[in-house]
Ligand binder design. Structure first.
Ligand code: GLP
Length: 255
């Protein structure tokens, strides 16, 4: 696991985008696992810039998103479908047929989750999975206590997660209680992981993720077991780390 600490959130975002772009350039038919939340927005902005100014080509790429709220229509401005189209898909040349975001409106959620897992396998597996981290150490919507071997399924959201995400909704009451999420086992099957974290609110979760014992109580700690994982943080998210980490990748592990 490689931990890289950048000075600013902008530098974190730029390195994140460079690492993703490298995968797209080396393997145009790549399968990207994508994330939502505020953290990846600036990374997506940089990828859009690379597409527009440098011709970064997503036309043969396939994408799978990590998660989606249950009960929000695709057009709802807080659904992750809406988020992904607004913040990335609309502005790059990805083929809409190759885009996958879990369907929070699915009538039969367990059947949908099985189908989603099958689609990932059919696509050849995920080459690079982008991750954010919750302040409680969750990845995707795998809340503390999630099985470290879990697959795509419905999860009840922690009150802390609902409170963290309430800033995007009119009131706490509107924050969904359930989400469909790739499981931790699903995420760990990706060939490479790239976890981005920014801001002081993530400092404790990042310290545990990088230096703590692996535990289902902090789901992101599982990343320690992945043979090809990179964590990029800004300075604020790194303040509680006790070891020294570089500001540049030592080995560019993503390919
Ligand atoms: C949500 C998402 C996660 C994301 C987390 C952190 O709960 N399901 O995938 O990592 O938020 O979001 P933010 O980047 O806004 O702090």
């Amino acid at each position: 696991m490689e931990v890289i600490i950048k000075e600013t959130p902008e530098q974190m975002a730029r390195l994140g985008a460079e690492l993703i772009a490298e995968v797209v350039r080396r393997k145009p038919k790549c399968v990207l696992g994508l994330a939502t939340g505020s953290t990846p927005v600036s990374t997506y902005r940089e990828l859009i810039r690379m597409h527009k100014n440098e011709g970064l080509d997503f036309s043969r790429a396939t994408t799978f998103n990590l998660d989606e709220y249950v009960g929000l229509a695709h057009e709802h401005d807080q659904s992750y479908h809406f988020f992904m189209w607004e913040n990335l898909f609309k502005q790059i040349n990805v083929n809409p047929k190759n885009v996958h975001v879990p369907d929070g409106m699915a009538k039969d959620i367990p059947a949908f989750c099985r189908w989603y897992e099958e689609q990932i396998v059919k696509a050849g597996g995920i080459d690079l999975q982008l991750l954010g981290i919750g302040s409680n150490g969750h990845i995707a919507f795998n809340e503390p206590g999630s099985s470290l071997g879990s697959r795509t399924r419905v999860k009840t959201l922690d009150e802390r997660t609902r409170a963290d995400n309430a800033r995007f909704f009119k009131s706490m009451n509107e924050v969904p209680k359930y989400a469909i999420t790739m499981g931790i086992g699903t995420i760990m099957d990706a060939r490479q992981l790239l976890l981005l974290a920014s801001g002081a609110g993530k400092a404790e979760a990042i310290q545990k993720t990088c230096e703590g014992p692996i535990t289902a109580m902090v789901p992101a700690t599982i990343v320690q077991l992945h043979p090809k994982a990179v964590i990029v943080t800004d300075k604020a998210a790194a303040v509680k780390l006790t070891r020294e980490y570089p500001a540049e990748p030592r080995v560019l592990v993503l390919q």
